[in-house]
Design a protein around this ligand. Structure first.
Ligand SMILES: C[S@@+](CC[C@H](N)C(=O)[O-])C[C@H]1O[C@@H](n2cnc3c(N)ncnc32)[C@H](O)[C@@H]1O
Length: 280
């Protein structure tokens, strides 16, 4: 990195400390190639918090009082890129295969549960909700819920609010958009998700690599475009835990560049390269 770009001293030891914090807090593995990216993302935080150096900032981050800033550090080194109906074939599968079965279960007095496990700003969970309403129009009055979780408090708040730049909502199929999206009169250029669909998703903060206070099993879990940050070991352990959290015959959807390697250990069978079904 040219020295003109450097505002704060940044040594190999500083990078090693960030690596340790990221791994211990969120299971995030930072390869050597991310050294400059970490500098540019964290120097912004250091400027905002007013610490004079990387070292003093990191000294604070690891203290009890630095807990909130530790979260901000994790958020700064991950990306929240997402969109409505991203990787559309997953929503087609949800629509054609999973939701008709859930509809039958609901009709028989059972329940339906879907989980967006790293939901970022909520587009994934809202896309699941719109797909659900298409197949099960009375879902809000039945025992049907969609859980959206992420480690980052700020993005979870955005998801819960359900207000987005109007242009971002263009990715929603037009019939669904007509039903569930209205312009936000208070914020020009923004639109919001509206109507009874709002009863389906529940948004919460959750670190995938910590304990999950979740008792119910899910019919389908979307855990997409997040394990790319994790070490192979953390990733394999997470797949196993997610599979355990599925009902027999439930589905796990992963991101386009992600794979479950040890399917037998997880009791999963691949239906396609990014869709896995729990056996039994
Ligand atoms: C690229 S976004 C993916 C959003 C969405 N799943 C999609 O595919 O469009 C990755 C998200 O993973 C979240 N994340 C990173 N580490 C996490 C962890 N340990 N637990 C939960 N979420 C995490 C980030 O905060 C970010 O919002």
């Amino acid at each position: 990195m040219p020295s003109a770009d450097i505002d704060f001293g940044y040594s190999d030891a500083d990078f090693r400390r960030v690596r340790q914090i990221a791994m211990a807090e969120a299971g995030i593995s930072l390869p050597e190639t991310k050294k400059n990216l970490v500098y540019s993302r964290l120097s912004r935080r250091i400027r905002e918090t007013g610490y004079p150096s990387f070292n003093s900032y990191l000294d604070f981050v690891v203290t009890k009082a630095g807990e909130k800033e530790r979260d901000k550090l994790i958020c700064a080194i991950t990306t929240n890129v997402t969109s409505f109906f991203r990787e559309g074939h997953h929503f087609e599968h949800l629509h054609d295969v999973v939701l008709p079965q859930i509809a039958r279960n609901l009709k028989a007095g059972g329940m339906g549960r879907l989980w967006s496990g790293a939901c970022s700003t909520g587009q994934e969970a809202w896309s699941m909700a719109m797909t659900t309403m298409d197949v099960i129009p009375d879902a809000p009055s039945l025992d049907m819920k969609i859980l959206g979780t992420d480690i980052n408090r700020d993005v979870v708040d955005v998801g819960r609010r359900g207000v987005y730049l109007s242009q971002d909502l263009n990715a929603i199929p037009s019939t669904m958009k007509k039903k569930w999206v209205v312009e936000d009169k208070d914020e020009p250029g923004y639109s919001m998700i509206t109507g009874e669909i709002r009863e389906l998703p529940v948004f919460n903060i959750l670190n995938l690599n910590s304990n999950w206070p979740i008792r119910k099993k899910f019919d389908a879990i979307f855990c997409r475009n997040v394990v790319i940050y994790f070490s192979a070991e953390t990733r394999e352990a997470l797949w196993k835990r997610l599979a355990d959290q599925l009902v027999p015959g439930g589905y796990l959807y992963v991101g386009h560049s992600e794979r479950v390697e040890r399917q037998d250990e997880c009791n999963l069978t691949a239906e396609s390269s990014t869709i896995y079904r729990k056996r039994g």
